[in-house]
Design a protein around this ligand. Structure first.
Ligand SMILES: *Cc1c(COP(=O)(O)O)cnc(C)c1O
Length: 452
């Protein structure tokens, strides 16, 4: 046997080859040259992969080009059944939000300009009216995320002073967000109150000294506690905070704007509930149940919001125009409670009926079978994810793929548009509840292209 590495083609020969012409024509030359070099290098190192003919060389170079031009951040299908999946980008945006981003960001916009007066304006004014309307709060400010909201508030109101928190709320939200660590970074002194499973209003009352600057209540958004448990309610804390003239800061997280109780999702308060219960400031994420872009929304007492807005740290946490455009458009959808459950994708995915999800799965499975892909439809349980309704299991339906689960799962991840599913009992399941309504056709095409 002769060593196949002896007749490796040259870069020039491959560049000029007829088969690579279309690729060379549509790709920057430097990228193709780089890809050819690396393909030849790979072949030199590993004789078993040396292509046997022109077509095989073209395929190898094409794969090397694709790997280089593919964006690092790209779209994929979330078929995990976890609707607010932090690793997969949390909330998909509403059409209105996408349009708003395009309309304001393709050219210039009045980000910090008062068009009426013809003078400098404030970026912090943009979503305020809507947030007041939707939550009943007196004022609002938007920063980069909920973690930033907490840091900004504590740094503005409690630097070098005491902040009281229940031991049952010293929690980790995920992605290295731990309440005690974030609080320490803000410069506030953490005073732990009560015990892990039980904290009473009297525990807070006892811990208040003249060094106290605030009481913080953290919503236990990603886990539930059961058994011998007790906590002081937001209402109780509001009364105490008022008596002692301390601000009550509530890290609420989810950003739920409308109750989902009539859809079977109970137990999460809305932003309006927390404001009405007497929290002085309420912090929430824009990209959880609210269904908007990543943002940290702070609503509450106007005098406190002003102190946050004028803290130099606010400048380091300020949101950009894309976020504000998307957030304002998303919030505006809530003005119409009749349609918001359809127009905000997160809400639509959460509240779709099981029979609607099942029917979509049946339709996609039929298309796949017509292309000889073995698939059945099974009932599953989806979850909310993203730190809300931690124990809720939502009846759902999934495509169950027949075959080697590990190989199938990896093939789906490796496709041009990756599909992320899960393996349960040795079967790949693709849950339809986390695939936005209206994406079915492209989803089916992607599955057929990847699996045929
Ligand atoms: C999710 C969550 C956070 C963190 O929000 P980000 O917007 O991801 O920074 C903070 N607190 C609570 C209670 C949460 O649920």
């Amino acid at each position: 046997m002769t060593d196949p590495r002896r007749d490796l083609p040259s870069v020039t020969a491959l560049l000029a080859s007829e088969r690579l012409r279309p690729l060379v024509d549509r790709t920057p030359r430097a990228v193709v040259v780089e890809a050819i070099r690396s393909a030849i290098d790979d072949a030199r190192r590993e004789p078993t992969i040396v292509p046997r003919d022109d077509a095989a060389w073209a395929a190898l170079v094409e794969a090397a080009v694709t790997a280089r031009v593919q964006p690092s951040l790209r779209a994929l299908f979330n078929a995990t059944g976890v609707i607010l999946h932090t690793n997969l980008g949390r909330a998909p945006l509403a059409d209105a939000a996408l349009t708003a981003i395009r309309d304001t960001a393709a050219g210039y916009c009045n980000l910090e300009y008062d068009v009426g007066r013809g003078e400098r304006g404030s970026r912090y004014g943009h979503c305020v009216r809507l947030l007041r309307e939707l939550t009943g709060a007196g004022d609002a400010i938007v920063v980069n995320n909920c973690a930033a909201a907490l840091v900004l508030a504590l740094n503005s109101l409690a630097r070098s002073r005491d902040v009281l928190v229940s031991r049952g709320e010293l929690i980790e939200i995920g992605g290295s967000f731990r309440v005690p660590e974030i609080m320490a970074k803000s410069g506030a002194r953490l005073v732990e109150v009560g015990s892990t499973n039980r904290t009473h209003i009297g525990d807070y009352a006892q811990a208040i000294t003249d060094r106290a600057a605030a009481i913080v209540k953290v919503h236990r958004s990603n886990f539930a506690v059961e058994g011998f448990v007790a906590e002081a309610t937001l209402g109780d804390l509001a009364t105490l905070a008022k008596e002692r003239q301390l601000p009550l800061l509530h890290d609420f997280g989810s950003g739920l704007m409308m109750s989902l109780e009539r859809y079977g999702l109970a137990g999460e308060p809305t932003a309006r509930d927390t404001v009405a219960a007497g929290a002085s400031l309420v912090f929430m994420s824009g990209d959880k149940l609210l269904g908007g872009p990543q943002a940290g929304i702070i609503v509450g007492d106007p005098a406190l919001v002003t102190r946050l807005r004028t803290n130099p740290l606010a400048r380091a946490m300020r949101v950009d125009k894309l976020t504000l455009a998307a957030l304002e458009a998303t919030l505006a959808l809530y003005r119409d409670p009749e349609t918001v459950m359809r127009t905000v994708p997160t809400l639509a995915m959460l509240t779709a009926t099981h029979s609607a999800i099942h029917a979509r799965a049946i339709g996609i499975a039929a298309r796949m079978r017509s292309r000889d892909i073995a698939v059945t439809v099974v009932d599953t349980e989806a979850s909310v994810g993203g730190g809300a309704y931690p124990t809720a299991r939502i009846p759902s339906a999934a495509l169950a793929l027949t075959g080697d689960a590990v190989a199938l799962e990896s093939r789906l991840r490796g496709g041009r548009v990756p599909v992320i599913g899960r393996i349960a009992d040795g079967t790949v399941l693709l849950d339809l509840r986390s695939v936005p309504v209206g994406h079915d056709e492209v989803f089916a095409d992607t599955l057929i292209r990847t699996l045929s």
